[in-house]
Design a protein around this ligand. Sequence first.
Ligand SMILES: Cc1ncc(COP(=O)(O)O)c(C=O)c1O
Length: 293
Amino acid sequence: MPTISCFIINADIRDKIIPGVTHWQSPEYFAYYPSNSSIAGFLGEMLSAVVNVVGFSWITSPAATELETIVMDWLGKALKLPDALLSTILGHGGGVIQGTASEVVLVVLLAARDKILRKVGKDTIRKLVVYCSYQTHASLQKACKIGGIYPENIRILETDSSTEYAISPESLTKEISQDIALGLIPFFLCATVGTTSSAAVDPLLALGKISQSNGLWFHVDAAYAGSTCICPEFRPYLDGVEEADSFNKNAHKFFLTNFDCSALWVKERHALIQSLSTRAEYLENKDPTRFRY
Ligand SMILES: Cc1ncc(COP(=O)(O)O)c(C=O)c1O
């Protein structure tokens, strides 16, 4: 009986599923971006399936949280990220895995929004301004919708074909000054290392300095190209990431990890926790990491 059902399932997979799959794993697939898995990625998925980890809090599977922290630090070091983004004992930063880069931008936007609203009062949400370019991934627009940012407060900054579609720092400074003059509150900038449509790289150092001096949360989205920066010849593209409040890269792009896995590092993990924590009896536990906040 099991042999017969196995045969039927195999036949269904062959006849009904495989013809309807877009074969991202094929060596002849060149659409969108490289998103191949590997033997290591596949074995990792198998091991995880064997123990069926449920990791919604530390106590529900402590090894999951502990391993996540360790691996995120390894990966951060491989990318030569600044210590402030890693989970050093005395620091306030660290890495956390999200499903996709779209989730990442939502999570950091909410953390940044709540951080500024704690300062200026929650009734001022209609004054909050977000900065990006037309090259920025569409997930930022969606995050703004979910996060209650007014659409008229999303500034699309100028890019320049002579700088290969990178955001112009002058345009950021100009827009921030205009918004402040209008009584608005600039609070979030999303820069990209490797934009989806043209692989443009925004000037992180200059944009980061402007963000710092104006109190903006500076997010660097390296979802697409970030993995390549592990190679020393591409690491210069991340110069200036030390100014970022948050940074992410997709391990499911260029990094031979099964879809989906987006690695996010933040400087101030407390901001995420404050914004997104919920309290319920069944979530209580003696998570040792809690005492670090
Ligand atoms: C630069 C950039 N940011 C964000 C995303 C969204 O990634 P995800 O599919 O993981 O949400 C992409 C996807 O192509 C991307 O290239």
